[in-house]
Design a binder for this molecule. Sequence first.
Ligand SMILES: C[S@@+](CC[C@H](N)C(=O)[O-])C[C@H]1O[C@@H](n2cnc3c(N)ncnc32)[C@H](O)[C@@H]1O
Length: 239
Amino acid sequence: MDRLKVLQELIDQNGYQKYLEIGVHKGFVFLELKCPKKVAIDPKFQIDFHYKLKKLFKRPYNFRNKYFEMTSDKFFIEHKKFIKAFGAFDLVFVDGLHTFEGSLKDVLNSLNYLHEDGCVVVHDCFPPRKAAATPANSYQEVNLLKPDGWNGLWCGDVWKTIVYLKKLYKDELEVLVLDTDFGLGIIKPKNGPVKDLEINQEVFLQINDLDYDYLLTNPNEIIGLRNKNYLFTQSGINL
Ligand SMILES: C[S@@+](CC[C@H](N)C(=O)[O-])C[C@H]1O[C@@H](n2cnc3c(N)ncnc32)[C@H](O)[C@@H]1O
């Protein structure tokens, strides 16, 4: 089950209407997903014109899509009015800047505008090898570094966002990672909205020091790694 399937299952099973994707790239997930209202953010969209045209006619609700060509930080600061008018997001897919800080900010900002029954999915939470987990500020940076075992696949240290949320908000948030597609983090408020969370610098720095070898000591415990079908076979979590 890859990210497209998981996202579509979440939309279909919960009747979600409003979707936000942070980091859209070529739009292979964004344009494919069947959801009535979708918002895309990316500082540099790389959606092929003909592909977009094909998807517009195959899935006509793509005509309603809104595109913001900018970083997610800028979107959340400059487009509060738009977000308010659009209404709470049911589902947010975080797949933008692959750093601990970037992904954490994306999740905390998303929680501010998440519907109470909504959920945030984070890509790349369980890198398949050490090179893919190399902390860096961009793909270009790690591609120049070429760490041992580098094959072009980069997840960064997004997994630390899961560690951070599990550590600080275990009463407020359900946090787990599905073992598929390089780890799909699932974050869902347990008892109503969780808003206005500030980054705790001390905890951030502690977690920032962790490394990939530590993650591999016990991923089930450290990031809540679960079987890829967990959401759809368990009744314990209402997703
Ligand atoms: C891995 S790609 C996204 C793939 C897409 N979600 C998919 O599943 O097909 C990551 C994207 O994040 C974008 N990105 C990088 N920094 C970002 C930021 N600060 N805010 C939003 N998007 C960002 C990049 O331009 C790139 O297109």
